[in-house]
Ligand binder design. Structure first.
Ligand code: FNR
Length: 356
């Protein structure tokens, strides 16, 4: 059916379930262990309520912003997700095209189905694309990959910090165990392969090392789950941080990113807004109102992972563009009903966080 039948971002997931193979569906949709964090990421947004203000002339709200200096139609970017090609043949390239058409930034995973060469070649003139790296135990290997991304024009380097080891994705393992006859790619063989490509000895000093390989480019630390680590990220020279539990795929029962953001806001509000450090969150965001809540607590922008995979599964670049249109409409409505016209007017006074 046509993309017009989609009216909300969660719709994309329902359509994708019917289109994806079991391998793809379980890879994309699962979280770690009992998936408490994965579900709580979404639930946390419901526990925070709005305190809307009225009679404020909200005729013309503006959802646009900049992320690391890059203009963005809405304060949303595409979080890096591996293996977009499981869902549709164009993989990340479909997302690149959709992101360009929608005017938002894509961050490409180290484990993308398409090479960064193919993705860079598909980019529109002037389109800024971030590149995410997992540091490899063989640093020569990582150095080569980082330099290659820089040469191809990566606009920023995102170091993922929460994956010293891959989380235990139980629902995915159950699916594979039930279908043992599948000749290739049993879960454990993939898990072992992935262990081998992640360096568990990574430390804060590695930020400077990555910076030396990508001179002048912003470095983002992705996967922070406690506000104290935001302080360290700034000390060690990060330009931005992503408060994230990897979509609930790593440490189960880790706090939701919204709660981590709230803790940062309570403990170090000076690190939010114009302090030379941009703070983003990702995980469980599917609604314009979710985005507004994150911004009220001081996030500059938010990332969406699965929603863009599911949007591209059914409709390729058109799906990605449609997802952004939906979120933009929801933000526009949300801002008008909340009583603001610019994103920098959002603040904690618009929220009741007492049940968070
Ligand atoms: C991810 N994520 C991820 N993160 C990263 O830094 N590198 C990666 O290769 C991947 N791969 C990946 C694959 C899949 C299938 C998912 C669902 C997630 C994490 C991702 O960037 C982001 O943190 C979460 O997806 C955010 O949660 P939502 O938006 O999916 O709820």
């Amino acid at each position: 059916c046509g993309v017009d039948s989609v009216v909300s971002v969660p719709d994309f997931e329902r359509y994708a379930r019917d289109l994806l193979t079991d391998d793809a569906w379980y890879y994309y949709s699962t979280g770690a262990d009992a998936e408490h964090s994965m579900h709580d990421n979404m639930a946390a947004f419901q526990r925070v309520r709005f305190r809307p203000r009225v009679f404020r002339n909200v005729a013309e709200p503006d959802t646009s912003t900049t992320i690391l200096g890059v203009p963005s139609a809405i304060p949303i970017y595409v979080s890096p997700t591996a293996r977009n090609g499981l869902g549709q043949p164009d993989g990340e390239v479909a997302v690149t095209r959709g992101a360009a058409d929608a005017g938002i930034m894509q961050v490409v995973s180290h484990y993308a189905s398409k090479s960064f060469d193919e993705i860079a070649a598909a980019a529109k003139e002037g389109q800024k694309i971030g590149w995410q790296v997992y540091l490899h135990p063989d640093r020569e290997n990582s150095a080569k990959a980082i330099k290659h991304a820089v040469e191809l024009g990566a606009a920023s380097i995102w170091i993922t910090a929460d994956t010293a080891i891959l989380g235990k994705r139980e629902r995915e393992r159950h699916m594979h165990t039930k279908r043992e006859e599948i000749p290739h790619g049993t879960p454990m063989s993939r898990v072992k392969k992935t262990y081998a490509t992640h360096d568990p000895s990574i430390t804060w000093d590695d930020i400077a090392w990555v910076k030396s390989l990508a001179p002048g480019l912003p470095i983002i630390v992705k996967g922070i789950g406690a506000w104290e680590d935001v302080v360290l990220a700034k000390q060690y020279g990060a330009d931005a941080v992503v408060l994230s539990n990897h979509g609930g795929r790593q440490l189960d029962t880790a706090a939701s990113p919204l709660k981590t953001l709230y803790d940062l806001h309570q403990n170090r509000p000076d690190l939010l807004h114009k302090a030379g450090l941009e703070v983003y969150i990702d995980g469980g965001i599917t609604r314009g109102t979710d985005v507004l809540k994150a911004l009220c607590l001081g996030a500059r922008a938010v990332g969406l992972g699965r929603p863009f995979i599911y949007a591209a599964t059914g409709w390729g670049s058109e799906g990605v563009e449609k997802a952004v249109m939906i979120l933009q409409e929801e933000m526009d409505i949300g801002m008008k009903l909340l009583g603001v016209t610019r994103l920098d007017q959002l603040g904690p006074e618009y929220l009741d966080c007492s049940k968070l």
